[in-house]
Write a protein that binds this ligand. Structure first.
Ligand code: AMP
Ligand code: MG
Length: 427
């Protein structure tokens, strides 16, 4: 099936929207101005929240809720201290990434084969998150499941890169000013390697993607620093720092933006709702998903990269469901953030056969969406299970929407997958 037209959200300093006629080549830039700011409900502060009881799995019985292990400490503890630490860590890591991306775009290195600045930012972000969490939560046992490790950095030819990362980490700490520390190259290696945990169903584990959407980062588009905490196998808090995501809704393409504020920090704690604030600013607003039941009003998100998700399958599902808007293609878990604040109603993700999803690509995003009133499942309707280690065991793909739309979305997904399988077997 032919690919539908798509909308791509480009990077923050030049927040243009562009339409793509094909999923395989970069779309021409249309320069459509962003819409008027959507009136997110603002609070001057994020209220403290202490869940009083275990929450049951949400969702109608028409789809399976395959995972329901309890959080041992939930009736007696909340995660305010951990959430505050996570927000500090992700925000500081975002500063480092912003510095690197600025230099990356200036040097126009996107056209070169040299990926080193990306590597520097990935490692630097992971080191900062690890160091900040340890400084903020010194009395807690520390376990981190994260994407990077230092094996390549230990090689002789990487000495210069390691020095660059260490300088970046120290410059970020000193320019921000909260922590008066100076770290050595050995400290940086150790901080990165503390992310080697396997996670699992017991105890607490931080889950980090230091730069989610690396391809978007290199292109100058969207990316996210995604950090979550697992407790007894369940995600109990999540933070998404999205340095290039406009603060205002990206839903409407016909309005004019009176403000040009870029950079969002999404956060959520189990049972306490989801919030968004400007990155590096203190006041947060409660957010909620779009509650439309009518697919004709629902736009959907998918990966910008066709290699990461089957655009043709998403297109078939959207058609079956009666979605009329073209897909909005954005890199990274910024998709979860945008959906959580109601910019669109559906996120569809169908990796090519054989790909195994990692927990750091969905842990933070999924709690931000579910605490905003949404629901994230695999293509069979099973809740996402983060308790199995570094990978998610999934049936076919990931779908996210509001609770009213989920039953019809699941039906459309399953029909489209069945038809695709049948037509493949006839070839
Ligand atoms: P997205 O921004 O939605 O394209 O997702 C970005 C994430 O997709 C990256 O952080 C990778 O971890 C993950 N990824 C990498 N390769 C693949 C692949 N072949 N299929 C699906 N996801 C992938
Ligand atoms: Mg990722």
């Amino acid at each position: 099936m032919a690919s539908r037209a798509g909308i791509r959200l480009t990077h923050g300093r030049s927040p243009l929207l562009s339409a793509s006629a094909s999923s395989s080549r970069p779309p021409p830039v249309l320069c459509v101005p962003l819409s008027k700011p959507k009136p997110y409900r603002r609070h001057l502060f994020v209220p403290l929240c202490r869940p009083l009881a275990l929450r049951s799995s949400p969702g109608p019985s028409s789809y399976r809720t395959g995972f329901s292990s309890p959080v041992s400490s939930m009736s007696s503890s909340s995660y305010e201290k951990e959430l505050a630490a996570a927000k500090k860590a992700a925000s500081l890591a975002a500063r480092l990434c912003q510095t690197v991306q600025k230099a990356l775009l200036k040097s126009d290195i996107q056209s070169k084969a040299d990926k080193s600045p990306v590597t520097v930012a990935d490692y630097g972000s992971q080191a900062i998150v690890s160091l900040v969490l340890k400084m903020e939560l010194p009395s807690e046992k520390f376990s981190l499941v994260a994407e990077e490790d230092s094996a390549d950095l230990q090689k002789d030819e990487s000495q210069e890169t390691l020095k660059r990362i260490t300088d970046l980490v120290n410059d970020t700490f000193s320019s921000e000013g909260t922590y008066s520390i100076s770290v050595s190259e050995e400290d940086v290696l150790a901080a990165i390697d503390s992310g080697k945990s396997d996670g699992g169903p017991h105890g607490r584990h931080w889950v980090l993607d230091p730069i989610d959407g690396t391809k978007g980062f290199v292109r100058g588009d969207q990316y996210a620093i995604a950090l979550a905490l697992l407790d007894e196998g369940r995600v109990v808090l999540g933070v998404l720092a999205c340095p290039n995501l406009p603060f205002t809704s990206i839903a409407n393409l016909d309005g004019h933006s009176s403000e040009n504020q870029i950079g969002c920090l999404f956060s959520a704690q189990t049972g306490c709702g989801a919030y968004m604030q400007l990155l590096h600013e203190p006041s947060a607003a409660k957010i909620s998903v779009c509650t439309t039941e009518n697919p004709a009003d629902a736009s959907f998100f998918e990966s910008y990269e066709a290699a990461h998700s089957l655009h043709d399958l998403s297109s078939a599902i959207a058609k079956k469901l009666g979605v009329q808007a073209p897909p909005v293609r954005i890199d990274s878990q910024a998709k979860y953030g945008a959906l959580a604040r109601g910019d669109g109603a559906i996120y569809l993700r169908f990796p090519h056969k054989g790909y195994r999803e990692k927990i750091w690509d969905h842990a933070a995003g999924s709690i931000v969406v579910t605490e905003a009133g949404g629901i994230a499942t695999d293509a069979a309707g099973n809740n996402l299970d983060f308790s199995k280690g570094r990978y998610l065991d999934l049936d076919t793909g990931i779908i996210v929407t509001n609770k009213k739309l989920m039953p019809s979305l699941l039906t459309a997904v399953q029909e489209a997958i069945r038809e695709q399988t049948q037509s493949a077997s006839h070839l």
